[in-house]
Structure formats: structure tokens, C-alpha cells
Write a new protein. Structure first.
Length: 643
């Protein structure tokens, strides 16, 4: 028997046009579908007729125009064998990329009303890459190019999604576990977006059915980065081999001026081995006169409910390295070493209600044993070449963590749901280090805090202090502060914008002569590189303003950004701000085209007011750039990094 359903909707909008487009869709019995963000279950075969007024905004007309353009191109190229095949691989039809809702909410908010109910059934629905939507699973793929690309793409196996679940049939609903699981699935590199929907049983409302919707990403690709006029990198990858979630990444480094800087980096990764959340990885590097073989396994504290985590790394490396003497002489020396690293951690949920929401608070105790043994190195002595000592280090850490997430959009992406961490973490690390000549004690303390204000301004800061102790004296000490500010999404006459600020202060005390800080690229000023500018202390900052215009032209969406980077380095005998500071000022475009598999890249132009010797005043750079945000979960015990 086939049931006939007529769906009607009304919508009102300013500056919108309306058109009546009757349509019908056949739904097979026993299917779950999402229509306008509502989950519906059809027991029998059903025909849905949509005879309503469809509201189309201005951007939709542009999307339609783009779709028509690519469809015509597809029709023409499909008649030509070779070109048509390439069209299906590269182009996909344009869709409306306007984000209807950038409201930020706590991840667990929509699941709180189902707390304590019993999970009766769990369903997984995976959507194709192109012309599909989590908010409307009945959305049809209308164009030849999208259908071709979706047929070529191998969908993620439902078993892979189920292996990433933290809950099972018969469990009671914990809103925080459900929210964490949605985030974990969304963070998978082969998933564009994910949504978990809970629906009560009609007969017995003590039970709920859970539907997990995932939208696949196109994971086979080619991308690159241009470092300067003579060097760059090309990446070839498949991050979801045959729908298994396994990854193969190959990076080729090219340099026309120095053939020795040509090289290769590659790895093969198996994610979440048999549902254990343990990942394994094989690595091979042959780059910059450096050869590395590595195998590693690791499991993180993904949620407060994960009790155990750990990791194992085995590494063998041979390289040629440059060492400087008295800032005037540089020597190239051969080095070789073996590296082993093992750690394990245990998490305990804290049940004391005084501290707040006990579901997220935990105490984490971890231990680590690491060994680095050189097989080839220069001559060493108690007062020289300390960087080449054989080292055996044992560390332990005790950390208190409380972490939440909120969901938002338009931070690092162009419309994908993003999970932003906030909370607090305090961690004390201690241990000993045995080298060729002495045994030193180490201790370090770090505190980080992240907050989201009521007006959705975001602050994330971390302060760390650490030192070795030897013969009742400190050495290799460090003080470090990192801070991030991010504004709310500001909408000004239809133009959406965010402001970002990132600062770093690092100061080293009694460091080795070979240890230095710089302000090159990621350490301070983007695209800036000066090997002779370094010191023992550093202050740097990055200011960025990003505009997300209502721009859509033949599938292209773009973000425009301006930036000011600045940095200064100095030595311990003077105040850091008394040294010369350097800066970079620029503008750039982050461009995304949903019609292209190579859908996003960044072009930026930078001007440097204070030009170092042998350095251009202005540079043009092409790359991929991500905005990194630290979370508030402790994992492997480690020394505070001086870099």
C-alpha cells in the first residue's frame, strides 16, 4: 500500500521572490528522512507531494545561474569522451552556500530533554558528497555532474560510523555523551558534517530512537603550497580509502634552486582500529637530507568518559644538520638516532558537585618514558654539544580538566558546523632526565582557560612555566604565554565579519647556546624568514579581520581578510621591547568553490615596513591556512616547548 502525503509550508521574507513548483518524491517503507530539520519515519511506501510556495532569496538566483552554467558545460563536455570524464571528476553543481543560521549553542543543549530515556534503536544514514543536505535528506541530486561525482565517490561504510559510537542499544541517554559523539564523528577527516537526532517512541515515550546523519567529504585530492619563487609543495591524498576511513597522504617538496631540498613525506593511517579509538600510523620521510622511518599507535582522552589513553612511537632517523659557532661559522654534520616513546594515562571523573557540572570534570594521571639514542653525532663534552646527548626521560603529570564545546559556524570554515572548546585545565608535570653526564629533575606547571561570553566573544589563554633543576640550581627554564581572542560573528548590512587576535610571549633562561627563538612564519610573522634574526626571548602577535561577504559567482564563495603581524626577539640581558621590532601588513582572500574538488585556497599579499637585508619588501603567497585553537584536555606528559 502506498500512502500519499501533501506537505505545505509558508515563508515570508523581505526582498524575496516566490514561485510554485509542485514535486513528488517516493520514500521506501522503513526509511527515516529529514525534512526542514525534522526527522520523519515512514513505515510503508509513501509518496510525498510538495505543492507549496518555495521561497528563494537573491543568492539562490545566483546559485541557480551557476548551476545552469555548469550544467550546460557538463552537457557539452559529456559528449566529448576525454573532457567529459575530467568534468565529472573536477566540477560539481553549484548550490546556495548562504548560511541560514550561525547561532552558537552548547553542544549538549538539544539533547538535555532526553536525559535518562532508553535507547531503543540506532540508525545510521550516510549522505553523498554533492547536492545533499543534513537538514533535508530528501533533497534530490538534479545535475549530471553531481550524479557522476557521487557515483565515483565511495561512501563511508556504515560500520565505520558505528565503530565510532560511544553508546549502544539499551543504554540510557546521557546528553554529554551524545554531544561528544556528534563532535567526534564530525571531526573525522572524511566527514564534512554530522548530526545526531533523537526521537521519542510514539507508544512508550520512555524510549528514544537515535538517527546518525553524516555527510561524506570528497577525500581524494591534489593540493599544494607555494613558499617562494623557487620552492613549494604538492600533496596527493586519499583520506577515506574505499570508504574504510583509512588514509594515505603523499607530500612532494620541490626546490629549483637547491636539489637537496627536494623531498617526500608520506604516511598511511588506520583510524580507530576495531572500534578501540586507537589509531596506527606508518611514516616515511626523505626530505632536506633527512630520512625517517616511524610507526606509532595512539589513543586520546576524547571525552571525559574515556578512562584510558596512551601511545607508542618507534622512530629511526638519519640526517645532515647545520650547527653554528659564535654566530659566524656554520658546519654541516651527519646525525643519526633512534627514538622510542611510551605513555599511558588514566582519567577519573570527579563527582563533587561543588566544582560545578560533574559530567565534564575529571582528574587525569599520566606517565611517560622516552629514550633518544644517537647512532651518529659530533664529539660531546659536559660543556658543549648538549643537543646531541643521549637522553632517557621519565615524566608524570597530574591534571584537572573541565571542558565543554559550543557549536557555531564561520570560524575556520565557510558553513560547516564547528566545535569550539572552552573550559579550564591545570596541569603539573614532573620527572627526571638522564643524559651522558648527569641526571636532572624537571618540573612544570601550566594553566589554561577558555570562556565564551554571553555575547559570544571568545577568549582562550594559557600560561606555562617550567625548568630543569641540577645541583640546587635551575637551567633550561621557560616562561610562556599564549592568548587567543575571537569576536562574535558581526552582521553589518548583510556583511558578516569576525576579528581575531593571537599573541605569544616566550622567555628562556639559562638555555643552551644552540637554542634560539625566531619570528619566522608560524612563530611570528607570516611569510617572513630571516635566519640571522633570533634570540632567547620573543613577543609576537597576529591581528586578523575576516569578512564573509554575500558573494556567489559561478560557485565561488570567498572570505576577505586583512592582517597585521608583528614580532620582536631579544637576549636575556635587555628588555625584549628595547629590540627592533618587525611587522607584516597585508590583505588576502580565502576562496572556496563548491564546484571544484580543490575547493579552497588562500592568496595573500604582505608588506614589511622594516626590511631586513636580502629580503623583499613585499611578498605574494599561496597556501592553505587554518586557525588553530587549543583545547582543555591533557594527554601525553611533555616538557614545555621552547620554540
Amino acid at each position: 500500500m502506498i500512502i500519499l502525503i501533501i506537505i505545505t509550508k509558508q515563508s515570508f521574507a523581505i526582498n524575496r521572490t516566490e514561485t510554485t513548483t509542485p514535486d513528488s518524491i517516493f520514500v521506501k517503507g522503513g526509511s527515516y528522512v529529514v525534512i526542514d530539520n525534522k526527522l520523519m519515519y515512514f513505515k510503508t511506501d509513501t509518496v510525498i507531494i510538495n505543492s507549496d510556495t518555495i521561497t528563494i532569496n537573491k543568492n539562490t538566483h545566483k546559485a541557480k545561474k551557476s548551476a545552469e552554467f555548469y550544467n550546460k558545460l557538463g552537457e557539452k563536455t559529456s559528449k566529448k569522451n576525454l573532457v567529459g570524464k575530467f568534468y565529472g571528476l573536477i566540477f560539481v553543481p553549484a548550490t546556495d552556500t548562504s548560511t541560514k543560521n550561525q547561532n552558537s549553542i552548547r553542544n549538549e543543549s538539544e539533547f538535555l530533554k532526553y536525559r535518562g530515556k532508553i535507547i531503543k534503536n540506532i540508525h545510521v544514514k550516510t549522505l553523498d558528497v554533492f547536492e545533499t543536505s543534513l537538514s533535508d535528506t530528501l533533497q534530490q541530486v538534479n545535475t549530471f555532474a553531481a550524479r557522476t561525482a557521487n557515483r565515483i565517490h565511495v561512501r563511508t561504510n556504515k560500520r565505520i560510523i558505528k565503530n565510532n559510537l560511544l553508546f549502544y542499544k539499551g543504554d540510557t541517554v546521557n546528553p554529554y555523551i551524545i554531544a561528544d559523539n556528534e563532535r567526534i564523528i564530525r571531526d573525522l577527516s572524511f566527514i564534512t558534517d554530522a548530526k545526531i537526532i533523537l526521537t521519542p517512541e510514539l507508544i512508550d515515550t520512555n524510549y528514544v530512537n537515535i538517527t546518525i546523519l553524516t555527510k561524506d567529504a570528497w577525500t581524494i585530492g591534489l593540493e599544494g603550497q607555494i613558499y617562494d619563487k623557487t620552492s613549494g609543495r604538492i600533496d596527493i591524498f586519499d583520506k577515506n580509502i574505499f570508504g574504510t576511513g583509512n588514509q594515505q597522504v603523499n607530500k612532494f617538496y620541490l626546490n629549483s634552486d637547491n636539489i637537496k631540498k627536494n623531498g617526500y613525506k608520506g604516511y598511511y593511517r588506520i583510524n580507530n582500529i576495531k572500534g578501540s579509538f586507537i589509531s596506527g600510523e606508518l611514516k616515511y620521510f626523505n626530505l632536506y637530507e633527512r630520512t625517517t622511518y616511524e610507526i606509532n599507535f595512539k589513543k586520546k582522552f576524547l571525552t571525559p568518559d574515556v578512562k584510558y589513553a596512551g601511545g607508542l612511537t618507534l622512530n629511526k632517523t638519519f640526517l645532515y644538520d647545520n650547527i653554528s659557532i659564535n654566530d659566524s661559522m656554520t658546519f654541516t654534520i651527519p646525525l643519526g638516532y633512534n627514538y622510542e616513546d611510551l605513555w599511558i594515562g588514566r582519567s577519573f571523573k570527579i563527582q563533587n558537585k561543588i566544582i560545578g557540572k560533574k559530567e565534564r570534570a575529571r582528574l587525569i594521571i599520566s606517565a611517560r618514558l622516552m629514550r633518544k639514542e644517537f647512532t651518529e653525532r659530533p664529539n660531546i663534552a659536559p660543556d658543549s654539544n648538549q643537543m646531541f646527548y643521549n637522553i632517557t626521560r621519565g615524566l608524570a603529570s597530574i591534571g584537572f580538566s573541565k571542558q565543554h564545546y559550543y557549536k557555531t559556524k564561520l570560524i575556520r570554515g565557510f558553513g560547516k558546523t564547528e566545535d569550539i572548546p572552552y573550559g579550564s585545565l591545570i596541569e603539573f608535570t614532573f620527572g627526571s632526565e638522564l643524559d651522558n653526564y648527569e641526571n636532572r629533575f624537571y618540573s612544570g606547571l601550566s594553566f589554561s582557560k577558555g570562556i565564551v561570553t554571553k555575547k559570544l566573544y571568545y577568549f582562550n589563554s594559557k600560561i606555562s612555566i617550567g625548568s630543569y633543576f641540577n645541583n640546587n640550581s635551575y637551567e633550561n627554564a621557560i616562561i610562556r604565554f599564549d592568548g587567543i581572542y575571537m569576536s562574535k560573528l558581526i552582521n553589518f548590512h548583510g556583511i558578516r565579519t569576525r576579528h581575531y587576535l593571537k599573541i605569544n610571549y616566550t622567555n628562556g633562561f639559562k638555555r643552551y647556546d644552540e637554542e634560539h627563538l625566531n619570528i619566522n612564519r608560524d612563530n611570528g610573522i607570516r611569510d617572513f624568514s630571516l635566519s640571522t634574526l633570533y634570540g632567547k626571548k620573543r613577543f609576537s602577535g597576529k591581528i586578523e579581520n575576516v569578512i564573509f561577504p554575500s558573494f556567489y559567482y559561478y560557485g565561488f564563495g570567498a572570505a576577505i581578510f586583512t592582517f597585521v603581524d608583528f614580532g620582536v626577539v631579544g637576549n636575556n640581558n635587555n628588555f625584549v621591547f628595547k629590540n627592533k621590532y618587525y611587522s607584516g601588513i597585508g590583505i588576502g582572500f580565502r576562496i572556496r568553490n563548491d564546484n571544484l574538488v580543490l575547493h579552497s585556497f588562500e592568496i595573500r599579499i604582505a608588506y614589511y615596513p622594516r626590511k631586513p637585508p636580502d629580503f623583499e619588501n613585499m611578498t605574494i603567497h599561496i597556501s592553505n591556512q587554518d586557525f588553530e585553537i587549543n583545547d582543555f584536555s591533557t594527554n601525553v606528559p611533555e616538557i614545555i616547548k621552547y620554540e
